[in-house]
Design a protein around this ligand. Structure first.
Ligand code: CU
Length: 180
């Protein structure tokens, strides 16, 4: 059966949707930061996030004043909980490149430790728990939308027992598309 003409004619219209799409999807395999082409998803710790493991991030801003971020992984460390945060910088060979956490109301003091700013309503945080096969999904909803171009990555931290949120425990990073 031929494709109806009307359906074919609508396809170009879909390409005219404004750049700030309400739903941005980033999907990639984790690569070493030393890859010739800077990868979308970088693993800094292949023991926890093996090269070739998969990540998908969906940032849904279709409801005004709200952001729903859903993260899915496959092929990473099994039975592990990764603290995951929205960070301000893009991913780089240096784990510190992803910068500090993105905050809706920006703490004038750096690094931000004041609980009035450093909390899971003012920042976007997830706890990603993987199953026995190394797969997992986590989602978080916040009552704001990131300012254009200021939230550039999603960082997976090692979590316990190392703890802390310094750059040393950043095990992987996903540069987010479509949030500019
Ligand atoms: Cu973080």
């Amino acid at each position: 059966m031929p494709v109806p003409f009307a359906a074919a004619a609508l396809l170009p219209l879909a390409l005219l949707v404004p750049a700030a799409a309400p739903v941005a999807v980033t999907e990639a395999d984790f690569d070493p930061a030393t890859a010739f082409v800077p990868p979308t998803a970088i693993s800094h710790a292949p023991d926890l996030v093996p090269y070739g493991s998969h990540v998908k991030v969906v940032v849904d801003r279709s409801v005004p004043g709200r952001t729903v971020l859903t993260l899915s992984v496959a092929g990473v460390a099994a039975d592990h909980e990764f603290p995951v945060h929205l960070h301000t910088g893009p991913c780089g060979a240096d784990p510190a490149a992803s910068g500090p956490h993105y905050q809706d109301a920006v703490d004038p003091v750096h690094p931000s430790t004041d609980p009035r700013y450093a909390n899971d309503r003012n920042e976007l945080r997830l706890a990603l728990r993987t199953d026995a096969r190394g797969e997992g999904t986590a989602a978080a909803t916040v009552g704001w939308q990131p300012r254009a171009g200021e939230a550039r990555s999603l960082v997976l931290h090692a979590g316990s027992p190392a703890g802390g949120h310094g750059s040393a425990d950043r095990v992987a990073c996903v540069t987010l598309d479509g949030l500019e």
